[in-house]
Design a protein around this ligand. Structure first.
Ligand code: FE2
Length: 670
């Protein structure tokens, strides 16, 4: 008789405990054990949340190298079946070898579940017939559990589910997250003490009333925004380090529909546009995506969404100053080019229309589409095609946490027929899907990879561009990490080419995420290790750093409504010299819309208490020495970067914190 020592860890997670009987079977290359009940001296506490319990399993002879374990649990007497979340199982063989079996999956019924030994295995090296069988069975089940659905034609596909409860347990929110995430506008309104104002359809009559409402909840930055929102330098700054750093690009030639002249912008003849463009000092933000989009109707009132063009000049003292704004794409007499030299309210209103268009571009294109919806595609396709024992699953699964559920809730509560954006944003309603479709056709692979994106937009030399500085450093760190992990498993390109699971993963992403559009530049299959490493780097960067950059500052920048109005109630001036403070107040959203928008962005930027920051991996999916060391190195590099960002921020008037690794969540979870 030989004895195997088995140690079972139950996850430290609300509801992870089981009091059912647990059985294990060990399967090795030379045989298998009988299914054996795991009876611990701790009694009912044996499989308590967080418990680590040891047992022995006897076999007549050694069963060789362990391939997998089978776990199941059975209810007994009158006890009902419960759900159990084992974290991992460790088995020490009579030969003294230690085998790790990562589990991290809920066992909810009496069915037998198989879990592979932790050493990562690609499909073409999975030689044991039982290993191969369990691999196929796992994927078969997953293809049933995770099905594609089409929310609207022309946008990335999503997970098919009717409610969070019909999602498989392992991708659902924790109890803590569910409790905290009472995603209703009313929860936010209560927290912001604004409940009484939510139904008001009154217009604001003065800025001081807005300040009184806003003082209920402030962040350091939202307070700064309230003080500086009218300033040109701050307006320019936000294109670099606000929540939408994706719109600005270097301007080398004026678009033909934006006839700005030297006389308009350089009154004293101090510069010439052509020369400044040549030097790389002129920048353009062009919201052409919104041209012709039908704006929303709110409370029976038509709303206004412009498709502006903004020209910016980098001054010798390194400020980015707006120098011309045209609010509609087609030049015309009733579509004036607004200038900083115009009357105070003409110029301010022009900037307000730009900020409002930026709200819609940010929320629908930059935030929802380019982070949330793509992250969901990466996750669903991973779950459908890549088994737990695959190195890519081990690498990416922590970066998919909560994404499927948060996106289901975003569709339900924000963009559905009764969703918040549909009801209150200028871009809500009919126009929203048009914008999302157009946005998807503007997404290219290079625009998702920050080094290529910055180069393509010509922004390498712009001063004080912290999104770029921190983002490029993070990209490099993530790239080294992915290279370390995948480079360990894939020694040459032919190993990548013959990995059918990898190929199915990217094939599904191409089809369901990018709707088989080859001109996006998204790979349709992987042919080289370096290509795979870059793509996986992009996936982790998008789900973590990029999402944080465009998500975490929502209240900071949009909490003070005039800086980022969700909608506008009057059209922009068609002639100069008529706008006043009263025009501005009538144009801004009414009181009820303002406070609802405030509460929504408050909820969307709130950090959950079970937030897991970038590079923190509470589940041990990898057990081999080299990948474990690569993870440690990754964590070390992130710590150094975080320290450097904190030091840099001390000297900044407006600290840029959104890409500090300690503030970046591993996945799209909010
Ligand atoms: Fe988000």
């Amino acid at each position: 008789m030989v004895v195997y020592k088995v140690t079972v860890s139950t996850a430290y997670f609300s509801g992870a405990t089981t009091i059912n009987n647990v059985f294990i079977k060990l399967v090795g290359t030379d045989g298998e054990s009988e299914p054996q009940q795991l009876l611990g001296f701790k009694g009912a506490a044996t499989f308590l949340s967080g418990a680590v319990s040891s047992f022995t399993v006897s076999c007549p002879l050694s069963i060789g190298k362990l391939v997998l374990i089978e776990l199941d649990k059975q209810s007994f007497l009158l006890f009902l079946e419960d759900s159990w979340l084992p974290a991992k199982v460790e088995v020490k063989s009579p030969e003294g070898d230690v085998y790790n079996f990562p589990v991290y999956r809920w066992i909810t019924d009496g069915a037998v579940q198989r879990f592979r030994e932790g050493t990562a295995l690609r499909v073409f090296e999975d030689n044991h017939h039982l290993g191969r069988y369990s691999r196929q069975q796992e994927l078969k089940q997953r293809e049933e559990d995770y099905r594609w659905d089409v929310y609207a034609e022309g946008i990335p596909h999503c997970i098919k589910t009717d409610s969070p409860l019909s999602l498989p347990c392992e991708v659902r929110f924790s109890f803590t997250k569910t409790t905290e995430f009472l995603f209703t506008v009313s929860a936010g309104l209560t927290e912001l003490q604004l409940k009484g104002l939510a139904g008001s359809k009154e217009n604001w009559t003065n800025i001081d009333d807005m300040k009184r409402v806003f003082c209920c909840k402030r962040t350091d930055l939202s307070e700064y925004v309230q003080e500086h929102w009218k300033e040109d330098a701050f307006f320019g700054y936000q294109f670099l380090n606000g929540i939408n750093p994706m719109m600005i690009r270097r301007c080398e030639a004026l678009p033909s529909n934006f006839p700005v002249t030297d006389d308009m912008v350089f009154l004293q003849g101090q510069c010439r546009l052509a020369a400044e463009m040549k030097k790389g000092n002129i920048f353009l933000c062009d919201y052409k995506l919104f041209d012709g989009v039908k704006p929303n109707v709110i409370n029976g009132k038509k709303q206004y969404l412009m498709a502006p063009l903004v020209l910016l000049h980098k001054t010798p003292d390194d400020k980015l100053m707006p120098i011309a704004i045209q609010l509609k794409q087609k030049p015309a007499d009733d579509n004036p080019i607004f200038l900083p030299t115009d009357s105070q309210y003409d110029w301010l209103l022009a900037k307000i229309f730009v900020r409002s268009a930026d709200f819609s571009d940010h929320q629908l294109n930059v935030h929802l589409l380019r982070t949330h919806l793509l992250a969901e595609v990466f996750a669903v396709s991973l779950l459908r095609h890549v088994p737990m024992v695959h190195p890519l699953y081990k690498l990416l699964i922590p970066h998919t946490r909560y994404t499927l559920q948060i996106n289901f809730l975003a569709r339900l509560l924000l963009i559905s027929e009764k969703g918040f954006f549909t009801e209150f944003a200028a871009s809500g309603g009919e126009g929203m899907i048009t914008i999302l479709k157009r946005s998807l056709s503007s997404v290219s692979y290079s625009s998702l990879c920050i080094p290529d994106d910055i180069a393509e937009r010509g922004l390498q030399a712009v001063p004080n561009f912290y999104y770029r500085d921190d983002g490029l450093r993070l990209w490099d760190i993530i790239h080294r990490f992915v290279q370390g992990i995948l480079g360990y498993y894939y020694k040459n390109d032919s190993e990548v080419q013959q990995d059918s699971e990898l190929q199915s993963w990217i094939g599904d992403i191409f089809e369901h995420g990018f709707l088989s559009q080859a001109d996006t530049g998204i790979p349709q299959r992987f042919t080289a290790v370096e290509q795979l490493v870059k793509f996986v780097t992009m996936v982790i960067f998008t789900c973590s750093a990029q999402h944080s950059a465009v998500n975490s500052g929502q209240y900071d920048y949009s909490g003070w409504m005039p800086n980022t109005p969700i909608s506008l109630q009057l059209p922009p001036p068609t002639t100069k010299g008529t706008a006043s403070e009263a025009t501005m107040l009538q144009t801004l959203p009414d009181v009820g819309t303002t406070v609802r928008a405030m509460s929504t962005v408050w909820l969307l930027s709130k950090q959950s208490s079970d937030f897991i920051h970038l590079g923190c991996y509470p589940s041990d999916h990898f057990s081999e020495e080299i990948p474990c060391k690569v993870i440690k190195d990754f964590q070390g590099e992130l710590e150094v970067l975080s320290g450097a960002i904190k030091v840099r921020n001390k000297s900044l008037e407006v600290p840029y914190t959104y890409m500090d690794p300690t503030e970046v969540e591993n996945s799209v979870a909010i």
